[in-house]
Design a protein around this ligand. Structure first.
Ligand SMILES: [Zn+2]
Length: 377
C-alpha cells in the first residue's frame, strides 16, 4: 500500500478495523511527496495525519478523535494497540500543536494536504453516528456484551440494517455472541441478513459446545428465532451436536419440537437416540427412557425391533420384572407373547440355578464342616 510505505509505519494486521483507506487512495497517490512523521499518524484507523488527535489516558496511545469514538461506541472498550481498558479519552493538545507547527506550517502543500484530510473526515458518513456524541458513551462499560444496543439503534436510525451489519459480523468474529444476538434481534424481520447472522451465531455456539455442552441450549434459543426454512437447514447440525453430548433428553425435546412444527417429518431420528442408550453401559433408568423414545417411532416394525432390543438388554441384566414390563410395550399379540416367553425362559433358568444352589446348600455345608473338622496332619 502506497500510503503505509510513505509514512513508514506498519498497520497491525491483526486489528480488524473498518478500512478507511479505500476512498482516499487517489488522494494519497497524488500527494506522494508529502512526508508525515510517524508520530503524527493514526496508524490503526485512518492511516493519515491526525486532524484532531486524541489519546487514551490509560495507556497514552493516540488516535484520530472520530475513529476512536466510533471504536468506543460500537466495537470495544479496550485500546486497539495494547488492549488496555479505556476509562477516558482526552484531546492530545500537545500533539495537535506539534502537528500544526512541525507539519502543517512547514509548507503550503502540507497545509493543503491537511485540509483535504480534514474535509474528508468531516464528510465521512461512517462517523455520522458518533459525530455529535460525547467523547465517552454514557455508561462506562468494560465488556462488549454490555454495549449500548439502544444507543446504536437510535444513532443509526433508518440505516440500521445496513450499518449494523458489519458491527454484528465483527461481534460474532470476536465471540461477543450475546451482543451480536441483541443487535440482530433489532434487524427488521424480513431482512435477508437476519437469518444469515443467526445461523453464524448457531455455528459458533455449536463449536463452543465441544468445550461446554450447555452452549447448545444457547444455539437452540437462537434456532427458535429462525424462519422455518432456515430451521430446516440448521436442525441436523444442532441435533447431531446434541447426540454427541450426554444431553439426550434435550436432544429428544429438540426433536419433539421440530416434529410438532413439521420441520422434520421422519420419526426415525428417534432411533439415533435409542441407539446411544443401547450402546451405553446398562442402567435401568436409561432403558426406561429408551422405551419412552421408542414409543414415538411411527414405523411399527422398527418400533417392535427396538422394544425387543431394549427388553433383551434389561433381561440380560436380570431385571426380569422390568423386562416383562418392557415387553408389554409390543402391541402385536404374537410378538409380545414371543418376547414374554424369552424373558420367562431366561428368568426360569436363572431362578432354577438359584434354587439349585439353595437346594444343594445342606450337602455343601456338611462337606465344609467335614473338611474343617478334619484334624490337621
Ligand atoms: Zn494503548
Amino acid at each position: 500500500m502506497a500510503s503505509s510505505a510513505r509514512i513508514g509505519s506498519a498497520v497491525d494486521p491483526s486489528a480488524k478495523r473498518p478500512d478507511l483507506t479505500e476512498g482516499k487512495k487517489d488522494l494519497s497517490e497524488e500527494d506522494d511527496d508529502i512526508k508525515i512523521p510517524t508520530e503524527f499518524v493514526d496508524d490503526v484507523f485512518t492511516l493519515e495525519v491526525m486532524v484532531d488527535p486524541y489519546k487514551i489516558v490509560d495507556c497514552d496511545h493516540g488516535f484520530e478523535k472520530l475513529a476512536i469514538k466510533k471504536h468506543l461506541y460500537f466495537y470495544d472498550r479496550v485500546c486497539p494497540k495494547c488492549r488496555a481498558e479505556i476509562s477516558k479519552i482526552v484531546p492530545d493538545e500537545e500533539l495537535a500543536k506539534k502537528i500544526q507547527e512541525e507539519f502543517v506550517a512547514i509548507s503550503e502543500a502540507n497545509k493543503t494536504y491537511f485540509d483535504k484530510i480534514k474535509t474528508a473526515l468531516g464528510n465521512d458518513k461512517d462517523y455520522d453516528s458518533v459525530r455529535d456524541k460525547p467523547d465517552m458513551p454514557a455508561k462506562l462499560i468494560t465488556r462488549e456484551d454490555d454495549l449500548d444496543v439502544d444507543a446504536l439503534v437510535e444513532a443509526l436510525g433508518d440505516s440500521y440494517p445496513t450499518d449494523a451489519q458489519p458491527i454484528i459480523l465483527h461481534a460474532i468474529s470476536r465471540g461477543n455472541l450475546t451482543y451480536a444476538e441483541q443487535l440482530n434481534d433489532r434487524m427488521p424481520n424480513a431482512h435477508y441478513h437476519k437469518d444469515f447472522n443467526y445461523k453464524l451465531m448457531i455455528d459458533e455456539y455449536i463449536h463452543l459446545s465441544i468445550v461446554d455442552a450447555s452452549f447448545l441450549k444457547k444455539a437452540e434459543k437462537i434456532y427458535d428465532k429462525l424462519t422455518s426454512n432456515s430451521k430446516k437447514s440448521k436442525f441436523h447440525k444442532i441435533f447431531d451436536a446434541y447426540l454427541k453430548t450426554t444431553y439426550l433428553i434435550d436432544a429428544e425435546t429438540f426433536l419433539d419440537k421440530a416434529i410438532k412444527a413439521a420441520i422434520v417429518t421422519d420419526t426415525s431420528y428417534y432411533s439415533k437416540i435409542i441407539d446411544i442408550y443401547l450402546s451405553k453401559e446398562f442402567n435401568l433408568t436409561n432403558m426406561q427412557l429408551a422405551l419412552k423414545t421408542a414409543s414415538k417411532l411411527s414405523n411399527a416394525k422398527t418400533k417392535e425391533s427396538y422394544i425387543t432390543k431394549i427388553t433383551h438388554k434389561i433381561s440380560d441384566n436380570k431385571q426380569y420384572i422390568d423386562a416383562f414390563k418392557s415387553a408389554k410395550n409390543i402391541s402385536h399379540f404374537v410378538g409380545r407373547l414371543f418376547l414374554y416367553s424369552l424373558v420367562a425362559g431366561s428368568a426360569m433358568s436363572y431362578y432354577l440355578l438359584k434354587i439349585g444352589h439353595g437346594f444343594l446348600y445342606p450337602f455343601r455345608a456338611i462337606r465344609t464342616k467335614k473338611n474343617r473338622s478334619k484334624p490337621k496332619t
